[in-house]
Design a protein around this ligand. Structure first.
Ligand code: SF4
Ligand code: SF4
Ligand code: SF4
Ligand code: FES
Length: 896
């Protein structure tokens, strides 16, 4: 695929010299003249140009004079040429631009007082800048507003036909949902097909519209931009770490915008390799939970009549008293704690410190245990660093991207834009091994259908093909001959017959994919839930490391193995040591020196290692009566884990269940004490994104009623328990982290492996490798369908189901999505009720056809618990990492 024209940053073109307003400038030949001018620091008017997509040249504002041309030229679409002499200022240019403004204004209504863009409108600015004060021939179009779409309204009276909305949707999002359309004697922007918009609702079109032609239904006519307080923060939904502006008034959050909404047209196209400054639907339209009426406003204590509100003083006294008594009677290991990875780094750090130093137990875990720890533990084991090896820029500039077990546009939508830019701007080859035709598979050069849940065998097949086809890197493999021999022996025991039967693909297809990967100078692997949350997730990540190692990609710049975490701060939870096997900084808890360092810093003796005290083991100990008190922070295991795990029994068995959360959750209803916590929008702190970048979280609002930030509650509890944790602000915690983990906040980028992992390949590799390439048991033939329970774009865990904006876009439908051909074969209609039976139970559900699903698979979104689909899944715990895999089930489907 050819590189895009003019603004493409890596275009191989000679460097040329030209003159801009008398100044000598260097540029690449052929890039947009507008970009060259903006490099000099000059900002010339522009309304249809934006550096994130290709120039369109419709508004007529960016006019400049080029020596030798009689008329002004549009600098956005003009290409820089050697020797050009360009003039950007002058009376003639001013008048030409003024004429363009007047032309737009003659058909634009002057309804500024009732327009949401008033005060943040480029046409207004241009009119002001050019002194357009009187329009004698104004002929507004008088069109009715187009309100057919969810979230967005289109007011074509205000449209200046700049095309920015269409272009960003086509070029950056690669969704291409909008078009110009002639009707009613004029040109409109409409959704394709002139119907209600069906798209990803990222809101980028809204963000770039220079006027108020696209408006946000969720916050229409309720503010003027200058009346809102704008707080820069980081999105709390997923790990992409998008920067956002939470815009609030006295009435709470009015809207969420991002750097893309605040016109930076003169940016450098090359910068988009690190992000385009936009948000996804969750970040932009999923803010309503922050000031929801369902928020917990006061601490609650269970009484015989139900929950009763109590003062903080009383409730803390109760919790501290009960914890002290239980510890005195049964020892510190009668207490355990679990925390969500949506908390800030400072809170995660303080939580594990509270559990270890103040309480004296190592029974501590976070929601990173649901999958990301499979990745970080494997990478740490193999390469010494448990984090992604590549950042956004390296993903964007990879020659080959290998995506396995990830529906990236749904789970990490902004990270997926890097893959899209890799495809569109940099011409990357993208292999997507997937059981459903995902959005990214539709755009990929090599969509590669595999059977649902077969990712681990597909990875094994890739490694086998790499070795058998001699696609190995000699230097990498000869440096570790014993390890390579052991790997070859393990692979020899795997038959292609089994691998192709399990994956549903052929040997030839696997060879083609691995050849593409192995021969690329810069090849990046991205995996996610289909690997890390799957059975043998830890082993599968190590197998991906094998693939990178044998093909020489482990240490090569621009290459690497990466897993996308789901929640906002899973990487932070691992880095802050919220896992029984880890200390802050990913030091092993079992390491005596590491423990001694923290024991000294925290002035305490630390509990002995207990690496098996992970989530599922903690719940088991609760059931067995060893753990008497469970402290849950933002975690809702009852709504997350299948019933077969005995989660309810565990929660009902403990003598003290404390739930700290912004909402009263399913688990909270079982609690003895409920503590109201704030959301991220009322907190100070940081999140670590998937790249390893530490981003600031800032409070946009005062805490809701009596809710408090989690870190404050931990500090009060620790101090109450007799271990002083006297922090005045989140920055005090930060200072402590900075001392113990120097450089953490400056990390700024992932740490690629730069040297062969010799220790890993020498020590134990030979012993471990055979088990990682065993085919394992065959699927249950009596249950021919694979049920996948997974994430959809519009939601993130359960939190988003509290955001009315997202619920409106994706309500609980309770439908089982199936391939239409499967439905036809079973003689089941699209709305019929079916009985879904797994080894764990049965449920009756209505069906919904989904053409993107492969035959033999069905899908149900994981966010809603009615009907309780998760209870059909079996839970398999990873023997090394304790990660529970419960997103797949073999099921039989029969008509009712
Ligand atoms: S919301 Fe996003 S996906 Fe939908 S039309 Fe606008 S830019 Fe395109
Ligand atoms: S709706 Fe806005 S962004 Fe789209 S063409 Fe019209 S003015 Fe431009
Ligand atoms: S949910 Fe993820 S991708 Fe969407 S805005 Fe938030 S951080 Fe960005
Ligand atoms: S024509 Fe160049 S910015 Fe609009």
């Amino acid at each position: 695929m050819a590189l895009k024209p003019v603004t493409s940053p890596d275009v191989e073109a000679p460097t040329i010299q030209l003159t801009v307003d008398g100044q000598q400038v260097e540029a690449k030949q052929g890039v947009s003249l507008y970009d060259v001018i903006s490099q000099t620091g000059k900002i010339i008017p522009a309304m249809c140009y934006h550096y994130t997509f290709d120039p369109f040249g419709s508004c007529g504002m960016c006019l400049v004079m080029v020596e030798g041309k009689k008329a002004p030229v549009r600098s956005c679409t003009a290409k820089a040429e050697a020797g050009m002499v360009v003039r950007c200022e002058g009376e003639d240019l001013f008048l030409a631009r003024k004429k363009a403004v007047e032309k737009h204004l003659t058909i634009h209504p002057l309804d500024c007082p009732v327009c949401d863009a008033d005060g943040h409108c480029e046409l207004q600015d241009m009119a002001f800048q050019h002194g357009v004060t009187n329009l004698v021939n104004a002929k507004p179009k008088g069109l009715p507003e187009d309100r057919r779409s969810l979230v967005l309204d289109f007011n074509m009276n205000r449209c200046i036909l700049c095309g920015e909305c269409i272009n960003i949707c086509k070029d950056v999002q690669m969704v291409d949902a909008l078009q110009f359309f002639k009707k009613e004697g004029t040109t409109h922007v409409v959704a394709k097909g002139d119907e209600g918009l069906v798209c990803e609702f990222c809101g980028d079109c809204l963000a770039v519209c220079p006027v108020g032609a696209i408006t946000n239904k969720y916050s229409k006519y309720v503010y003027k931009p200058w009346q809102l307080k704008k707080t820069t923060s980081t999105c709390a939904y997923c790990a992409d770490g998008c920067q956002m502006f939470i815009e609030t008034s006295g009435k709470g959050v009015q809207r969420v915008t991002s750097p893309l909404s605040w016109k930076n047209k003169w940016g450098d196209r090359a910068e988009t390799a690190e992000g385009h400054g936009g948000l996804c639907v969750r970040g932009r339209f999923g803010f309503q939970y922050i000031d929801s009426k369902e928020r917990l406003g006061a601490p609650l204590v269970r009484t015989e009549e139900g929950f009763a509100p109590r003062s903080w003083f009383e409730v803390m006294d109760t919790v501290v008293g009960r914890l002290k008594a239980l510890k005195a009677q049964h020892g510190p290991n009668a207490i355990a704690g679990l925390i969500t990875a949506r908390c800030t780094n400072e809170e995660l750090y303080l939580f594990q410190k509270l559990m270890r130093a103040a309480i004296g137990t190592n029974q501590v875990d976070s929601s990173a245990r649901y999958g990301h720890l499979n990745f970080t533990r494997a990478l740490q084991h193999a390469a010494g660093v448990g984090r992604m090896m590549n950042g956004y820029e390296q993903i964007t500039k990879a020659n080959v991207l290998l995506l396995i077990g990830t529906d990236i546009t749904e789970t990490n939508p902004i990270a997926s834009l890097r893959v899209k830019e890799a495809i569109r701007v940099y011409g990357a080859q993208v292999i997507v091994a997937t059981s459903r035709l995902t959005n990214i598979a539709k755009l990929a050069s090599h969509p590669l259908p595999i059977a649902a849940g077969s990712e681990r065998w597909f990875i094994q097949a890739l490694v086998k093909a790499a070795v058998e086809e001699d696609l190995v890197d000699e230097a990498a493999t000869t440096a570790a001959p014993e390890a390579f021999a052991a790997l070859k022996a393990a692979l020899a025991g795997l038959s292609w017959e089994v691998l192709t039967a399990r994956t549903g693909t052929s040997r030839e297809v696997v060879i083609e994919a691995v050849r593409l990967y192995a021969e690329a100078p810069k090849a990046v692997i991205l995996c996610a839930e289909g690997v890390t949350r799957q059975v043998e997730g830890y082993a599968s990540v190590l197998n991906l490391v094998d693939l990178a190692w044998v093909t020489g990609k482990l240490t090569r710049p621009g290459c690497g193995v990466n897993a996308l975490p789901e929640e906002a701060n899973e990487q932070g939870a691992v880095d802050m040591g919220v896992a029984s096997e880890l200390l802050p900084g990913q030091a092993l808890y079992g390491d005596e020196d590491g423990r001694a360092k923290f024991a000294t810093a925290w002035c305490c003796s630390l509990p002995p290692p207990d690496p098996s005290a992970t989530l599922m083991e903690i719940l088991k100990r609760c059931r067995e009566g060893g753990i008497k008190a469970l402290y849950l922070v933002g975690e809702n295991p009852l709504a997350t884990l299948p019933a077969s795990t005995g989660v309810r029994e565990a929660l009902e068995k403990v003598e003290l269940l404390v739930c700290q959360d912004p909402f009263l959750t399913e688990t909270g209803r079982l609690a003895h004490v409920v503590l109201p916590a704030t959301t991220f929008a009322e907190k100070d702190g940081t999140f670590t994104n998937l790249e390893g970048k530490v981003n600031r979280v800032r409070p946009a609002l005062e805490p809701y009623e009596e809710a408090r930030p989690d870190w404050e509650i931990f500090a009060a509890l620790g101090t109450g328990l007799g271990y002083p944790m006297e922090y005045e602000a989140a920055q005090d915690v930060q200072r402590e982290i900075m001392k113990l983990l120097p450089g953490y906040y400056n990390l700024g980028e992932p740490r690629p492996v730069t040297a062969q992992p010799e220790g890993y390949l020498r020590n134990g590799y030979v012993r471990e490798v055979a088990a990682r390439y065993a085919a394992g048991a065959e699927a249950d033939g009596a249950r021919p369908f694979t049920l996948t329970i997974g994430q959809v774009l519009y939601h993130s865990g359960k939190l988003s189901t509290r955001a009315s904006g997202l619920v409106q876009l994706y309500p609980s439908k309770g439908r089982l999505q199936m391939n239409p051909e499967d439905l036809a074969q079973l003689q089941i209609g699209p709305q019929d009720v079916v009985r879904v039976t797994s080894a764990e139970g049965a449920l009756e559900l209505r069906t919904e056809p989904n053409h993107d699903l492969a035959r033999g698979t069905c899908f149900f979104p994981e966010h809603y618990n009615e009907p309780p689909i998760k209870d059909l899944a079996e839970c398999v715990v990873d023997p090394t990492t304790g990660v529970p895999a419960f997103k797949f089930a073999r099921v039989a489907i029969t008509r009712v």
